[in-house]
Design a binder for this molecule. Structure first.
Ligand code: NAD
Length: 483
């Protein structure tokens, strides 16, 4: 067991039907800041997933399913309060597990609390409608929970993604099975512990850590599941959607991005600058909505590039608990992927680079942030999600060219436009192909209240905000002929 979790929960256990269970096998738990093994986690298998799905079904047809919307809301609010009370502990767990600098991990813990508050408050405001129909009829719609929902989440923002996905599903009256990523599942387990203490009935939330190709694949193909919320990579998203197709269940896919921020010649650069850089290096660039492409009007290209480069030169990289601007990547594998992209960009212009702290442990998965330019929009580094601290600057001459470059990757998660021209703001908000468009600001991953999701290969369906509750329910139409 990890020292980090001592006295709170045992990191090797799974949470099924309101109880902690030891798995048959375990997987190593690594600290990305040192590369050292600090404990073990469960390697959940098919039997564990079966038990979790059965427990969820029993909860959904039992105590949790019968709870009123207001009661569900109160439980979620209580979870939110208890998360708030343990923000520092949760942040520390996430920092150790993900390698996320402490301040950023703390923001994620606060976001988890906010999701519980938001969905707790929303639970009893989810309503149907009455529909005008033929003479003598009253027609109305009911929003019913889907039943048992599966939640497969990645390692980069465990708390935020659990909050938005499990929070929305519970608010709508579903019972849930959560499969956290094998690289980072400590806060999922901590969340289960808190939810149980807050009075969430047994079976309403089950957490089964394990490998994607084992526990994840079994869960996404499970006939007892009524909806899948998947957040992760495109290849796995495709596999999950195929599995869901076999059982004819709906799936929400939250996949990757290559999000652009578009800086016009009249942009307020002082306001833009922190957003331009931070949205690229936050969580060491391992953010689905990272602003990995900065499109800059040619008239101000050198100025923007110069000021971003100044900022890059001050960036320091080190262990998560030192709380510098940038932490390590999640794993040696992820570092190899990112370094592979950097090698493929060796012919590009390296405008500036951050610095790895001299005392950073040699086993940690550190990559110095890179600011690059000189790529054609079709270059692999300007097209593919790198998922590391690498930003690409691309010049443009006209609004049409900016839109063509911004929309030219097949991905479409988030975009931003920086301009003082109100008409251009309105036009670009419509023309940019993305699930969210920010005007004169940027919120990578932010906004509990704001519906979020992809276009094209970034996925489909929406989470966050009230909109998510529609995905986690199904609509029933009731037509009464009373004369
Ligand atoms: P991943 O697809 O490798 O893994 C995500 C989850 O799927 C993990 O829990 C993993 O165990 C599980 N999984 C792996 N193989 C599986 C299989 N065959 N069947 C079922 N489940 C399986 O992704 P990752 O590397 O953990 O995360 C990075 C990716 O996630 C990036 O592409 C990133 O952009 C994306 N992401 C998207 C969002 C969003 O909201 N759109 C948010 C965060 C991350």
């Amino acid at each position: 067991m990890s020292g980090a979790t001592a006295g709170w929960f045992d990191s090797r256990e799974m949470f099924i039907d309101g109880a902690w269970r030891m798995p048959a096998e375990t997987l190593p738990l690594e600290d990305p800041s040192t590369g050292g093994q600090i404990g073990a986690i469960a390697r959940g298998g098919a039997g564990d997933i079966d038990a979790a799905v059965a427990a969820a079904r029993a909860a959904q047809t039992g105590e949790w399913g019968r709870a009123t919307a207001a009661e569900r809301g109160r439980v979620l609010m209580r979870i939110g309060e208890m998360v708030r009370a343990r923000v520092d502990e949760l942040a520390r767990l996430e920092a150790i597990d993900v390698g996320k600098p402490l301040t950023q991990a703390r923001n994620d813990a606060i976001a988890l609390a906010r999701y519980m508050e938001f969905y707790g408050g929303a639970a009893d405001k989810l309503m149907g409608e009455t529909i005008p129909y033929l003479d003598g009829y009253t027609v109305y719609t009911l929003r019913e929970p889907r039943g048992v929902t599966a939640h497969i989440v990645p390692w980069n923002y465990p708390m935020q993604i659990i909050g938005r996905s499990v929070g929305g599903a519970l608010a709508a009256g579903n019972a849930t099975v959560l499969k956290p990523a094998e690289e980072a599942c400590l806060t999922a387990l901590a969340f289960a512990r808190i939810a149980g203490e807050a009075g969430l009935p047994a079976g309403a939330l089950n957490v089964v850590p394990g490998l994607g190709e084992e526990a994840g694949a079994v869960l996404s193909a499970h006939p007892g599941i009524d909806h899948i919320s998947f957040t992760g990579s495109l290849p796995v998203g495709r596999a999950v959607q195929r599995a869901a197709g076999e059982n004819v269940v709906p799936v929400t896919l939250e996949l990757g991005g290559k999000s652009p921020q578009v800086v016009f010649e009249d942009a307020d650069l002082d306001a833009a600058l922190p957003f331009l850089v931070n949205a690229g290096i936050q969580n060491a660039g391992q953010t689905c909505s990272a602003a990995s492409r900065i499109l800059i009007h040619r008239a101000r290209f050198d100025e923007v590039a110069g000021r971003m480069a100044e900022r890059y030169a001050t960036l320091r990289v080190g262990p998560a608990l030192r709380d510098l601007e940038v932490g390590p990547l999640i794993s040696a594998r992820q570092r190899e992927i990112v370094e592979g992209y950097i090698r493929r960009g060796a012919d590009l212009d390296l405008l500036a680079q951050g610095r790895i702290a001299e005392d950073a442990p040699t086993g940690g998965h550190y990559v110095a942030p890179r600011l690059l330019s000189g790529a054609a929009p079709g270059h692999v580094l300007a097209q593919e999600e790198i998922f590391g601290p690498v930003q690409m600057l691309l010049p443009f001459e006209s609004e049409d060219e900016a839109v063509a470059i911004a929309n030219g990757t097949g991905l479409g998660l988030v975009a931003a436009v920086w301009t003082g021209d109100g008409a251009r703001q309105m036009r670009l908000a419509r023309r940019l192909r993305a699930g969210q468009v920010f005007v004169n600001n940027y919120g990578a991953g932010g906004g509990v209240e704001l519906p979020f999701g992809g276009v094209g290969k970034s996925g489909h369906g929406r989470e966050k905000g009230f909109e998510a509750l529609y995905s986690f329910t199904r609509l029933k139409t009731v037509a009464c002929l009373h004369g």
